[in-house]
Design a protein around this ligand. Structure first.
Ligand SMILES: [Zn+2]
Length: 773
């Protein structure tokens, strides 16, 4: 899954079971054969599922996860059997005790109007699509809201689904398409996946979609709402190349018959790796002209990587979720290396290390952790960049020549099964012949990351670290006064290690290629020329970025310009440009050949004081730039600099990619001109130009509120808080908390038991905030 991590900050308390409180498994689920039909206007479903299982011991009844569904009947061998519901579990009595010598088929007929698990998006909220769609989202434990089965990742089954849809609709699901058949005035789409997978990965997506096939074996395709085929091609057109590339990289070819990506609106995540049928947010679709400032590559690579890591091999519980998410965050960097080059790879790697380090800033827990209250809490920086950073380090220590074949062995060993951190390391250890115990313990079970300080004590250069002490096989680069560099191995252990044979005039650079996820502070009295020299000798972009803060802090403005001018890589330059507050230099950079550099330059210019030359140049870009994102950013800088009201009106009347010009205008009014902002936001809620603008208007109204005697903003927010959406609704709940009127509690309180965690947690935290007022 590719999440929106900011949402995690909103999570409140909850009383959900952790891994340890999970009831004991009493059977092995073998197959889930389900069928479903739905009614869009009412959001109701009607389903029929047969769960085939083999008892693990002698049992008289079985249970399934089933939440808020109306169970009509349960049948075994065609005979109705008594059942009972207890919390989120459905118990079904067996006709006679059964044990592991036989399989049992339990059929369940049911209906419901789920608040979670399955989502209905009407056409008017499907922007940029103009047609409706229906889709499921199972991870983490939401399959139970639409399909009664075993709903925890530690049991895999083959699955087969039949989805009944109106004529003109298509339905995508897991595995191979068995067929599509007319049934009265409707059509049934029939899919089967004959390789076992975890039930949170069962999915369907339905609507008037177009399917575009880009490769035959395995079949690779994308599903987009009608009219968005061209944007689909821009986002997903080369996925089949990536399928081949990853298969070769990990020494394990893509294991399924097909790979399809569909796009859905109002999605709560960026993407979801449903087996062979990834669901992507529709907001990833974009026209060619906004690239590279918008791109689907990272998302596509992440969800595709999951087909191996997450779907083929799967964490048994949420405590080891890095097994899924760390790997899906690790693999995309190799596609970057293949397609863009080494420097881009090192920059991506550095950013992943930064994310991994950030996890440790406000939290004292290790990567593998069972103390969560609900599974969503585990989907954070520890799992994603934290897990990926550790795989970069492991790969570097083992060496790529041995690492990837070992990864292939690991995949074969655990294919279609579950695997935890111990299983992974045991497998890698066997394949590489290396003892990985220290690595496993210090990086996955230690609630900290290394923080090194390099200093001189009694004429000797030493590396110090606070507890817990990491054992790090590093290198150090020694740069002598005459410019020669020498790289030596250096093992950091314990509180202090000395680097021998360093002259008083030498410079020292620890971990020169920046392959270790850690912070390094140099307390060696480096002067500005020393910092500049270190930056120049740094062997790759990861190290240059690691040094960027102290280097820039040491240099004068002119020296910063000189340094920026010495950098040839556009990706690195784009990171340096915002730190060079020189008008002449930034103006020059607005003509750079690379759009990311130009974007950094126009952004930085907006922070400078108003001058005629800058204003003229920015206006020239606004008038001529074909890339909407760059044009929007330039408008923003210009508005920030001049406050020009005509420019705001112009933004408000401009149609653009993702409606970003209108969002810019309303964003500005909400901040600088509350009265205008409020009027526009209220109009938007009455008559929305697009869903992105509506969501922004909702957010703005929480801040802008109502003047005395008026309730229009409050009433509008209350209405949205009760509608059946995800993005707009959570925005309205948060906005009501900010609005601060306690009478909203009566509307929000009932939502604090909502099935969807995002709504539930937003409502809980809003009620808490309002009660404190
Ligand atoms: Zn993911």
């Amino acid at each position: 899954m590719n999440g929106r991590l900011a949402i995690l900050a909103l999570l409140g308390l909850s009383s959900f079971a952790t891994a340890d409180q999970r009831p004991e498994r009493i059977y092995d689920l073998l197959d889930v054969n389900w069928q479903i039909s739905f009614d869009e206007p009412s959001g109701t479903i009607s389903g029929d599922v047969t769960n085939t299982l083999r008892p693990l011991k002698s049992i008289e009844e079985v249970w399934f996860d089933s939440a808020k569904l109306r169970i009509q009947e349960t049948l075994i061998d065609g005979k109705a059997m008594p059942f009972r519901l207890e919390g989120e579990r459905l118990f079904v009595r067996l006709p006679k005790p059964a044990d592991s010598s036989r399989t049992v088929k339990v059929r369940i007929r049911y209906s419901g109007q789920p608040e979670a698990g399955v989502y209905f998006v009407p056409a008017q909220r499907a922007f940029p699509a103009t047609t409706s769609m229906v889709y499921t989202q199972g991870e983490m434990e939401d399959t139970r809201y639409w399909l009664p089965t075993y709903d925890y990742p530690d049991d895999k089954a083959t699955t087969e689904g039949r989805i009944e849809v109106p004529k003109g609709y298509r339905a995508l699901s897991n595995g191979r398409l068995i067929g599509q058949k007319a049934k009265d005035d409707r059509e049934v789409w029939h899919w089967r996946l004959d390789k076992p997978h975890s039930t949170y990965l069962i999915s369907f997506v339905a609507g008037p979609y177009t399917e575009v096939v880009t490769a035959k074996k395995p079949k690779v395709s994308y599903w987009v709402p009608k009219g968005l085929e061209e944007q689909g091609q821009v986002s997903f057109g080369n996925t089949h190349e990536m399928v081949d590339f990853f298969g070769k990289l990990v020494r394990y070819p893509y294991p399924f018959a097909k790979y399809s990506q569909s796009t859905v609106a109002d999605f709560m995540f960026g993407g979801m790796e449903n087996t062979t049928a990834t669901t992507q947010t529709i907001t990833t679709l974009h026209p060619k002209h906004v690239e590279p400032l918008a791109s689907s590559t990272g998302l596509v690579a992440h969800e595709l990587a999951h087909q191996w890591f997450g779907d083929t091999v799967t964490t048994p519980n949420w405590a080891h979720i890095w097994i899924n998410e760390g790997w899906a965050s690790f693999l995309p960097a190799f596609w970057t290396r293949e397609k863009v080059g080494d420097e881009a790879f090192h920059i991506e790697r550095f950013d992943i290390f930064s994310g991994g380090l950030a996890a440790h800033q406000n939290s004292t827990r290790p990567v593998v952790w069972t103390g969560y209250r609900e599974p969503m809490e585990m989907f954070n920086n520890f799992a994603y960049p934290g897990g990926a950073s550790r795989m970069f380090m492991l790969m570097h220590q083992i060496g790529e020549a041995k690492f990837w074949p070992a990864v292939g062995n690991y995949l074969r060993e655990y294919q279609f099964k579950n695997v935890d951190t111990e299983g992974f390391f045991a497998s890698m250890s066997r394949s590489t012949g290396r003892d990985l115990e220290t690595f496993r313990r210090q990086w996955f079970y230690t609630p900290a990351a290394p923080r090194l300080t390099v200093k001189r004590i009694d004429g000797q250069v030493v590396v110090e670290q606070p507890e817990p002490h990491f054992d790090l096989p590093l290198e150090v680069m020694v740069v002598s006064a005459d410019g020669r560099t020498e790289t030596r191995p250096h093992r950091v252990q314990g509180a202090r290690t000395a680097i021998p044979d360093v002259q008083a005039t030498d410079l020292v650079l620890v971990d020169p290629e920046a392959w270790t996820m850690m912070t390094v502070t140099y307390d060696l009295g480096y002067r500005r020329t020393d910092w500049r020299r270190l930056f120049d000798v740094a062997p790759n972009a990861a190290q240059k970025l690691r040094l960027l803060d102290p280097v820039m802090a040491a240099l004068s403005r002119t020296e910063r310009v000189e340094l920026a001018q010495s950098v040839t890589s556009p990706r690195l330059l784009a990171r340096i440009v915002p730190r060079v507050p020189s008008r002449e230099f930034l103006l020059e950079m607005t003509r750079h050949g690379d759009a990311t550099v130009r974007q950094a330059a126009v952004g930085a210019l907006g922070g400078l004081s108003r001058t005629a030359d800058v204003e003229t140049r920015l206006m020239e870009i606004v008038d001529n730039e074909p890339n909407d994102i760059l044009r929007r950013d330039t408008m923003r800088s210009l508005i920030r600099m001049t406050g020009n009201p005509q420019l705001l009106e112009r933004a408000w009347s401009t149609n653009g990619y993702a409606d970003i010009f209108r969002v810019l205008a309303i964003e500005h009014w909400a901040e600088r001109d509350p009265e205008k902002g409020r009027t526009v936001a209220l109009d938007v809620l009455e008559n929305p130009p697009s869903e992105p603008v509506r969501v922004f208007a909702i957010r703005a109204l929480g801040r802008l509120k109502d003047p005395a005697g008026d309730r229009r903003a409050y009433d509008a927010l209350i209405r949205v808080a009760q509608e059946r959406s995800f993005g707009a609704r959570t925005a309205a709940i948060n906005a009501l908390a900010q609005y601060g009127d306690k009478s909203a509690i009566s509307v929000l309180q009932p939502l604090s038991t909502h099935s969807l965690s995002f709504i539930r947690n937003a409502a809980k935290s809003a009620v808490e905030r309002l009660q404190k007022k």
